[in-house]
Design a protein around this ligand. Structure first.
Ligand code: AMP
Length: 416
């Protein structure tokens, strides 16, 4: 019988990689603290309805990619494909509108989408998610974009580009939809089948179709930003002035659309030149009508989500530092089997003093233990009958080869 394997599109993140994840997560936490965002832990599954209404029935995520199942109580639940809808649900359910506004939240955890796996695209992946809820001001959009840029700056990423667009609002978007449909209708028959079906339901999505023919047809299409109402135009200009003020390099891309009624105004991505086809390290924007779409009051919001797998991949491609790889400082070596209990006692004392230390549990010879020490630690601390008699340990610096006898106290003071 073949041993059971992990499901397609999932990955085991093991020790040789997980320390990099801990580093990235630590930097996320630092930036969140500096920008005044509070961490939240939300459920990994929600009522399916939350995503149908909060992500949108006509999105690929809801149409094709959700892990939805009926639980034993007959309710339809879904493994979360993203965090924004849950964040907004939590804001409403916990009456965060009564607290300071905007409520600034962040979270990190696994998301689930039934996609075709490829490099940088998985069925279970980890997202960092930042949301500012309750404020209209374009300066909050600026803060969110700035947060993402600062995060990547601290991680050492280069060759990144802010790609920006506005998708208008329910007031001006219908005008743009008509302008776009008028532009596309002479060549309707040439559109791919998916885009034909999008033409009435969700024509903005035709702009981000990857098929070469649709790309060619939409090349000279009018941009949403040419049709914005006064409020959306003012918001977009204010954001652009802010981005200029903080020295962000921005390209405008009319193809960056979300295409659903509750996504409003700002849409943005940060793209990496080192990621290939899946080149977005983060995506975000404003969604002033999402809270209403899931049955709540009007709550404007803006945020971004960043895939940690892609951040780690980009950092590796660019040779960024992940800080110091955690390694044991000390390997305690028992010179004879009778000294193993004393070795264990020393090991415990080191650990209690926050010195990372390890020892052999496989009954290896002295030579075998020294070999293990060389592979795992900076110092070998040898303890045998003569050391026990003298109340010392023999401390060997494994890099330099120097050796000395120290009491446990001296050893701890030296290494701390
Ligand atoms: P989205 O929620 O689709 O706007 O995606 C936001 C970010 O999450 C992207 O920029 C990626 O970094 C990451 N992401 C989305 N889908 C996947 C996936 N299937 N596998 C890995 N990362 C993903």
């Amino acid at each position: 019988m073949e041993a059971v394997k992990a499901p397609r599109g999932t990955r085991d993140i093991l020790g040789d990689e997980s320390w990099k994840w801990a580093y990235v997560t630590g930097v996320c936490r630092d930036v969140a603290d500096d920008y005044g965002y509070k961490e939240v832990h939300l459920p990994i599954f929600e009522h399916t309805e939350l995503f149908c209404r909060g992500v949108g029935d006509t999105t690929d995520i809801v149409e094709k990619e959700m892990y939805t199942f009926t639980d034993k109580g007959g309710r339809s639940v879904t493994l979360r494909p993203e965090l924004t809808a849950s964040m907004v649900r939590s804001y409403i359910e916990n009456e965060m509108s009564k607290g300071p506004q905007p409520a600034k939240l962040w979270g990190i955890g696994p998301m689930f989408r039934y996609e075709r796996p490829q490099k940088g695209r998985y069925r279970q992946f980890v997202q960092l998610d930042i949301e500012a809820l309750g404020a209209q001001d374009a300066l909050v959009d600026l803060e969110v974009i700035d947060f993402s840029m600062e995060l990547y700056r601290r991680l050492g990423l280069r060759n990144l580009q802010v790609v920006l667009n506005s998708v208008g609002c329910p007031k001006c978007r219908p005008v743009y939809r008509r302008v776009l449909q008028d532009f596309l209708s002479p060549r309707f028959d040439e559109l791919c089948d998916t885009c034909k079906s999008r033409f009435d339901r969700n024509p903005l999505r035709i702009l981000d179709c990857k098929s070469p023919i649709c790309k060619e047809i939409t090349e000279d299409a009018p941009a949403v930003t040419d049709c914005l109402c006064d409020e959306c135009r003012e918001h977009y200009e204010r954001l652009n002035r802010g981005l200029e003020k903080i020295g962000a390099s921005v390209v405008h891309d009319k193809r960056l659309v979300r295409g659903l009624d509750y996504y409003t105004k700002t849409a943005y991505e940060i793209q990496s030149g080192d990621l290939g086809a899946q080149n977005a390290v983060c995506g975000g924007g404003r969604y002033d009508n999402l809270a209403e779409a899931i049955g709540g009051p009007h709550v404007p919001g803006v945020g971004f989500a960043s895939g940690i797998e892609r951040v780690v991949l980009t950092m590796e491609a660019q040779g960024c530092s992940f800080g110091e790889k955690p390694e044991s400082k000390v390997y305690v070596v028992a010179a004879e089997p009778s000294a193993r209990l004393d070795a264990m006692a020393l090991l415990r004392e080191l650990r209690m003093n926050r010195i990372s230390a390890d020892m052999d549990y496989m009954g290896r010879s002295m030579k075998g233990q020294m070999k293990a020490a060389g592979a795992a630690a900076e110092y070998a601390c040898i303890i045998g009958t003569s050391e026990i008699e003298k109340g010392v340990v023999t401390v060997k610096n494994l890099k330099e080869g120097a050796q000395e006898e120290l009491t446990a106290e001296q050893l701890i003071n030296k290494l701390k």
